[in-house]
Design a binder for this molecule. Structure first.
Ligand code: SF4
Length: 273
């Protein structure tokens, strides 16, 4: 299965990948690809768009239609792709800096429009590729190269942000809970609207070192022991979830989808002519 998955869905001549050993990004990339494979989509019907950053290198290895664009602009390009070819399954692969800082406006407006794009954020809580600067998801008090004494900003809860902006599928998993990522991406791809999956990743090279989180195994153990499924959280006493974070599906709804609404305008105009 593993070899077939890789042979059928990856550009093996581009491997090995550039990520540091212990990085969580490869795990997430594989989980996304597995979701597409299991859904049985024709590869030519899938387009993966990324911006800039460590996570945004993923589409270079994935054997679909792929598009490596500008910093923060993956969703803007993906919107163009989807408007031009609504029949495509459009996936955006992005990082926390790419989507929540430079691309923050594209993120909230894509959610507001409920355009049928599945966005997966590889959230490693830092800018990895550009040298460890703190990002909008770096927890308050944690360090980065641009916050050597600790970050005083309040960090975004990306799932709440995007749900509030209008996304119709919102979920979170981690690089440890890999099967959950695959399941969430499958649900996102089948949702007719803007789907947002936060895949919590690990960056042992910058975030881990700067914040003394230990090696990659320790960081994975942190994900394993601190993630609480939202379904279980309701039944647990408050002290059991204090300081932990929630994973699972947070929101699902059905709303008019942007490209379909746009097509209705075109159709009604053409009828009048
Ligand atoms: Fe992964 Fe961090 Fe290395 Fe980037 S810098 S490849 S996010 S471990």
């Amino acid at each position: 299965m593993t070899n077939t998955l890789i042979e059928n869905n990856f550009r093996t001549n581009r491997l090995p990948h550039i990520w540091c050993s212990g990085c969580g990004h490869g795990i997430i990339m594989r989980a996304i690809t597995k979701a597409v494979d299991e859904l049985g989509y024709n590869k030519d019907d899938v387009c993966v768009v990324s911006g800039i950053g460590c996570s945004s290198r993923a589409p270079g290895y994935m054997d679909f239609n792929t598009f490596h664009t500008l910093h923060g602009r993956a969703l803007a390009y993906a919107t163009g792709v989807k408007m031009a070819k609504p029949e495509l399954k459009v996936i955006v692969v992005t990082g926390d800096g790419d989507c929540a800082a430079i691309g923050g406006n594209h993120l909230i407006h894509s959610a507001r429009r409920n355009i049928d794009i599945t966005t997966i954020v590889f959230n490693n809580n830092i800018y990895g590729m550009t040298g460890g600067q703190y990002s909008p998801t770096t927890p308050t008090g944690d360090k980065g190269t641009t916050a050597p004494f600790g970050n005083i900003d309040k960090n975004f809860d990306l799932c709440k942000l995007v749900q509030g902006a209008g996304a119709t599928y919102v979920a979170r998993s981690t690089a440890y809970h890999v099967n959950m990522i695959t399941q969430q991406v499958k649900t996102g791809l089948e949702n007719k609207g803007f789907s947002f999956i936060e895949a919590v990743s690990i960056c042992p090279t910058y975030y881990g070192r700067k914040n003394k989180k230990g090696d990659a195994v320790s960081m994975m153990n942190y994900l394993k022991t601190n993630a609480v499924n939202v379904k279980a959280a309701d039944k647990l006493p408050k002290e059991k979830i204090q300081g932990k974070f929630l994973i699972g599906e947070f929101y699902k709804s059905q709303e008019p989808e942007y490209t379909e609404e746009y097509q209705k305008i075109i159709d009604s105009f053409q009828k009048e002519r």
